[in-house]
Design a protein around this ligand. Structure first.
Ligand SMILES: Nc1nc2c(c(=O)[nH]1)N[C@H]1C(S)=C(S)[C@@H](COP(=O)(O)O)O[C@H]1N2
Ligand SMILES: [Mo]
Length: 307
C-alpha cells in the first residue's frame, strides 16, 4: 500500500494506490458507459481528461515491476541493481541549474521549480532499446511549461540535460561504464511537444530513487535511454548536444532514438517487444504508437540516417 502521496500534487489530486486502482476501474467503466461527465468525489476531471487526451488505456505494468526492473547505471548495470543501491542518492534538498541560451538562467530549488506547475497523471508506453516495454502511470507536467518560463533566446535550438555528478552517493560513477555525468538532449520542438513530460511520480506516489527521483524526463515515443533520470542541469544550446549513449557507441545509439520497428539496432531487431509481465511478444509500433502526435516533427527526415 502506498500511503505516501506525491509531494507535488495538490491535496485534492491525491489518492493512495488502492483508491487509485479502484478509481481507474471506475473511470474506465464510466467512460465506457459514456457517463464520465458528472462524477463527484475522488474522481478528478483532470485525470479523466488526461486519460482521454494523452494516455493509453492499455493495462499499466505493476508498481512492483516498474520499481524493480530498472536501468540506472549510476547504481549498477544489472536491472536489479538500482532498486538495491539507489537508496544512497540524496534527493532532498535538490536544485536544478538552468543555463545557456535563456533569459532566466540560475539555480532553482526543486520546490520553487514545481510550485506553479500543475501535476497531471498520464499512462505512457515506455519502450527500451533492449526490447522490453512497460505501461507507466506517470505523474508530471509538460517540459514545455518549464521551458517557456525560462524564456529561451532565439539561438536556443536544443535542450541538454545532465544527471548529478556525485560518485560518493552514486557508486556506479566510480566505474567507467559511461562517461559521467549521464547526459541527454532534445531538439527544441521535441522538447516543446505536449507529450514530453518532466515526471515527479508514478502511480500517484513520489518517484522512487531507482526510477529517477526527484525529477526525470519522459519522452514516450523514444527509446528509454532518452528519458534521463534525476535531472540536475538543463542547458539551452545552439548546437546539437551529444548524449551519453552516443558518446559510448556512435554506431549503435543516435541522437533521435525514435522507436521505429524498421530501424534495427546493429546487433538486434527492433520489430518486436516484450511487455514486462507478458509472455508473447508484441509488434513494436512506429513512434511507440504516438505517430499522430509526433510524426510531423520528422517530416522529410531520413529516419534510417537519423536513428
Ligand atoms: N541518469 C540516468 N538516466 C537514465 C539511465 C541511466 O543509466 N542513468 N538509464 C536510461 C535507460 S537505458 C532507461 S531504459 C530508462 C529506464 O527507466 P526506468 O528504470 O525508470 O524504467 O532510464 C534512462 N535514464
Ligand atoms: Mo534502456
Amino acid at each position: 500500500m502506498f500511503i505516501q502521496k506525491n509531494k507535488y500534487l495538490k491535496d485534492n489530486q491525491v489518492t493512495d494506490y488502492s483508491v487509485y486502482k479502484k478509481r481507474r476501474h471506475f473511470i474506465k467503466t464510466m467512460a465506457g458507459l459514456g457517463l464520465i461527465a458528472s462524477t463527484g468525489g475522488i474522481i478528478q476531471p483532470r485525470s479523466a481528461h488526461a486519460v482521454g487526451r494523452f494516455s493509453t488505456n492499455e493495462k499499466p505494468t505493476s508498481f512492483d515491476d516498474i520499481s524493480s526492473y530498472c536501468n540506472y547505471y549510476e547504481f549498477g548495470t544489472a536491472k536489479s541493481d538500482p532498486k538495491r543501491n539507489a537508496h544512497s542518492l540524496v534527493t532532498s534538498p535538490w536544485s536544478v541549474v538552468v543555463e545557456g541560451e535563456c533569459e532566466r538562467a540560475g539555480r532553482y530549488n526543486l520546490e520553487d521549480l514545481l510550485k506553479p506547475v500543475s501535476i497531471e497523471e498520464r499512462n505512457y508506453r515506455f519502450r527500451c532499446v533492449e526490447g522490453w516495454s512497460m505501461v507507466i502511470p506517470w505523474m508530471g507536467f509538460p517540459l514545455a511549461t518549464l521551458i517557456k518560463r525560462m524564456q529561451p533566446t532565439s539561438k536556443a535550438k536544443y535542450v541538454y540535460f545532465e544527471t548529478l555528478l556525485d560518485s560518493e552517493h552514486m557508486p556506479g560513477q566510480r566505474t567507467k561504464v559511461l562517461d559521467w555525468p549521464y547526459t541527454e538532449g532534445l531538439r527544441m520542438d521535441e522538447a516543446m511537444n505536449p507529450l514530453t513530460l518532466l515526471a515527479t511520480g508514478i502511480y500517484g506516489k513520489d518517484l522512487l530513487n531507482q526510477n529517477g527521483a526527484p525529477l526525470r524526463l519522459v519522452v514516450p515515443w523514444k527509446y528509454g535511454f532518452k528519458s534521463i533520470k534525476s535531472i540536475a542541469k538543463i542547458r539551452f544550446m545552439a548546437e546539437q548536444p551529444v548524449n551519453s549513449w552516443q558518446k559510448a557507441n556512435m554506431t549503435e545509439y543516435g541522437f533521435y532514438s525514435n522507436v521505429n520497428p524498421k530501424v534495427n539496432h546493429p546487433r538486434w531487431s527492433q520489430r518486436k517487444e516484450r511487455r514486462i509481465g507478458e509472455f508473447r511478444k508484441r509488434k513494436t509500433l512506429l513512434f511507440n504508437g504516438y505517430s499522430e502526435q509526433v510524426a510531423s516533427l520528422y517530416k522529410g527526415m531520413d529516419l534510417k540516417k537519423n536513428f
